[in-house]
Design a protein around this ligand. Structure first.
Ligand code: F6R
Length: 366
């Protein structure tokens, strides 16, 4: 059932080209540069006219939600707030019928996410879901939604659920940008064509998994890791750190790269691997100065960067080059080497990758 892979997690990482392609299938119309999301047809008008979108989720799905904020703001010019479902439900959350609540959940059963959804519903908001498990409680309780079609995710660490959630969010944001008349035609066309190429580019990254496996050997016993990214790759930094923590039990933190100066820089020494996700063009110079700051303190740089970005590659001790893509779609590529890195480190440490201690696949209690 693991299809020849030693763990479900590795199988699911390698399934991503197929999972993303399944997620895009029938929705992405490359010829006409349009997007159809059948599950949203009935609510599209309301969504197009919404004043605000609130996204609630937990864990990895919250990281997708954070990317959703960047995507909806950039492509659809729609104000977004992203909430930890557990915080939203216990706060005096201001939400009403002019808002749309979007919950993101692989399992569709996460207790806090379900409660946040129900709170929003009680207050009259339109509720939407992005779920993987068909017929799950959240999928049934939302007014409308989009399935990720990633197929069953068995490994506790979420991998293909994340990249397919982000694919759905990107499609939603492009569609909404088009309907709201705020997305330039040529840019929309480029993004749709590029989304179509993402499965192939993920495949290319996976073909390089051996180099990440080799690199992982050198960091197996690192006590701490820092992950830095900006804009679209800040949520990827958070996700990379979470993946490492949960399956290898190594302490890791993700930060927006500029925040390093406001505290974490104190931690950097020759024992500290720093994973820099430098794959967005307009922040490249800033990332380069962050890399130099880390190097000046003898931190060890692992760079996830565009395969043409020689400036970054020359500075880094280790490189995971990724194919060039549109900035806002880069998380679909940059997250892959981070999944592999945490997987191989966890295996080297003898951890139970598919069933990490203290964790459950679906958190149905608070
Ligand atoms: C991390 C992980 C968890 C889940 C979280 C939400 O790899 O799997 O952080 O993302 O428990 O679960 P869902 O998406 O099922 O609501």
């Amino acid at each position: 059932e693991k299809g020849g892979y030693p763990h479900f997690m590795l199988k699911e990482i390698f399934e991503q080209p197929r999972a993303i392609a399944d997620c895009l299938r029938g929705r992405l119309d490359v010829e006409n540069h349009s997007i159809q999301l059948g599950g949203l047809v009935d609510v599209l008008d309301k969504l197009v006219n919404a004043k605000r979108l609130v996204i609630a989720a937990c864990g990895t799905s919250w990281h997708s939600g954070l990317l959703g904020e960047y995507l909806f703001e950039h492509l659809a010019k729609l104000p977004v707030e992203v909430e930890y479902a557990s915080e939203f439900r216990y706060r005096e959350a201001l939400i009403d019928e002019d808002d749309v609540m979007l919950v993101v959940s692989q399992s569709g059963e996460t207790a806090d996410t379900l409660a946040a959804l129900r709170t929003a519903k009680e207050r009259g908001a339109l509720t939407l879901g992005i779920c993987n498990v068909v017929g799950s409680t959240i999928a049934r309780d939302t007014d409308a939604g989009v399935y990720t079609h990633a197929g069953p995710e068995i490994g506790v660490a979420s991998t293909k659920a994340f990249t397919t959630q982000v694919s759905v969010l990107a499609m939603m944001a492009i569609l909404l940008g088009q309907k709201r008349g705020v997305l330039e035609k040529e840019y929309a066309a480029r993004l749709i064509e590029e989304l179509d190429r993402i499965p192939g580019k993920v495949e290319q990254i996976l073909e390089n998994s051996e180099s990440i496996e080799e690199m992982a050997k050198l960091f197996t016993y690192a006590p701490n890791f820092l992950y830095l990214g900006r804009t679209y790759n800040f949520p990827v930094a958070l996700e990379g750190a979470l993946k490492l923590k949960e399956i290898s039990y190594i302490h890791a933190e993700g930060y927006p790269a500029a925040e390093m100066k406001h505290g974490p820089i104190a931690l950097i020494d020759e024992m500290m691997p720093v994973v820099v996700i430098a794959a967005t063009d307009h922040t490249n110079d800033k990332m380069i100065s962050n890399i130099e700051e880390v190097k000046a303190r003898k931190g060890r740089i692992i760079a996830i960067t565009g395969e043409d970005n020689e400036e970054v590659m020359d500075l880094a001790e280790f490189n995971c080059p990724i194919p060039e893509t549109e900035d806002c779609l880069s998380p679909l590529l940059t997250s892959i080497p981070l999944q592999l890195l945490s997987y191989y480190i966890a295996v080297n440490r003898g951890c139970n990758v598919d069933q990490p201690r203290n964790l459950a696949k679906s958190v149905t209690v608070e």
